[in-house]
Write a protein that binds this ligand. Structure first.
Ligand SMILES: [Zn+2]
Length: 391
């Protein structure tokens, strides 16, 4: 989830919003200002309805943020790193680095969000009762009660037992304790998440076809579709992580990849190397072997023909951020933590400052497919097939 707008840091955690959070603010304000408040308390001024509605929408966004902050703070308390929190149309995402150290920690992190939503719901319901008995404006009580119910629904929806919902994480923690195998538990929770997504889509379809409520049905189908695809992605990530577990970067890299000399022109490099290479990505190195960047074939293709004879390769190269530089002995699983650079490069592999390998998205994909066949690379040497048949 890309942050469109950074709001700053809360408790040291970068908090941002995706542009789609604007949609939820407008929907909530619209529901409150145009239907809930006028229906409950007629004959008030439009200004009163909309002031309370806008404040209500902001309180709703704040309660989403509190839900994610709870996940993040409990994760940090359990020794996990929190990268960021991003709010978006269907709630929030707290991006955690690495995995929970134990089923108990997994459970606490997962449950913290819904528990917080329930607590906020109770607080708002309390506010509604306190202001509802003549001690405050009734319009505030109505809005607070509606927001209390929404927070309750948020907690209940999130406790549906399928990943990536919080309930799915709770299920994963419980199964992890039961199976004593985190991967197996995560795969099961993701599978339940997929069925849950299909189920919501079916209910949405039934709403449209049987009850004729088009908008509610479409909304439910959208959420179901989102849930199913997120669960499928999560299952894929679990399978990929399992396939790469125990392997080192050296086991998955292409050793001694074709490289691009920083000083050659784009035309020279295309003529001499890129035209014949099976590789789509090339580390760019200086005369003394230092890495200065990486080029992928698509970037070369975009250089205008009239510039190719004069433009040096290092001028079109992408710099390789530290997280895309790996050592041969690093765990291969760490390569799955972020999307490939330029869609191609999982890591440039360096040994004492020299490029010794390249891991592309296709290298990872190939290794994962082989592992799914049951093939393990033990007995593979750095140069390829070596043992097995005594040839
Ligand atoms: Zn949550």
């Amino acid at each position: 989830m890309r942050q469109s707008l950074r709001l700053g840091k809360v408790a040291g955690i970068p908090v941002g919003v995706h542009w789609s959070v604007g949609v939820i603010l407008i929907i909530v304000a619209q529901i409150l200002g145009a239907s809930v408040l006028p229906a409950a308390l007629p004959h008030q001024s439009a200004a009163a309805y909309w002031t309370v509605a806008v404040i209500g929408a902001l309180v709703f966004a704040a309660s989403l943020l509190a839900h994610e902050m709870a996940h993040a703070l409990v994760a940090r308390h359990n020794g996990m790193k929190v990268r960021s929190i991003t709010l978006w149309m269907l709630g929030g995402v707290a991006e955690l680095e690495g995995e929970a150290p134990s089923p108990g920690a997994d459970l606490r992190v997962a449950a913290a969000g819904p528990v917080t939503s329930l607590a906020i719901g109770a607080l708002l319901a309390g506010l509604a009762f306190a202001t509802g008995y003549g001690r405050g404006p009734a319009i505030v009580a109505t809005a607070a009660m509606w927001l209390a119910v929404m927070n309750g629904l948020l907690a209940v929806f999130n406790m549906l037992p399928g990943a990536p919902l919080d309930g799915g994480r709770v299920l994963r923690a419980v199964l992890w304790l039961h199976y004593r195998d985190r991967q197996r538990a995560a795969l099961a929770a993701a599978t339940v998440g997929r069925y849950l997504g299909f189920g919501l889509m079916l209910i949405g379809l039934a709403e449209i076809l049987v009850w004729g409520s088009l908008l509610d049905g479409l909304w439910l189908m959208l959420i179901g579709w989102f849930l199913e695809s997120a669960a499928r992605a999560e299952a894929g990530a679990v399978v990929a992580g399992t396939a790469l577990s125990g392997l080192r970067v050296a086991d998955v890299m292409t050793p001694d990849p074709d490289i691009a000399p920083a000083w050659s022109t784009v035309q020279e490099f295309i003529d001499r190397v890129a035209a014949y290479s099976r590789s789509e990505a090339f580390p760019v190195v200086t005369f003394d072997g230092r890495l200065v960047g990486v080029v992928v074939s698509g970037m070369l293709a975009r250089v205008r023909p009239e510039d190719r004879a004069t433009l040096r390769v290092d001028r079109v190269a992408l710099t390789v951020p530290p997280e895309y530089q790996a050592a041969p002995g690093d765990p291969a699983r760490s390569l799955l933590d972020r999307p490939p650079l330029a869609g191609e490069v999982a890591a440039v592999v360096l040994d004492q400052g020299r490029v010794v390998g390249l891991v592309t998205a296709r290298d990872l994909d190939w290794r994962i497919r082989r592992a799914r066949m049951g093939a393990r690379p033990s007995g593979w040497s750095r140069d390829g097939l070596k043992v097995g048949h005594g040839i």
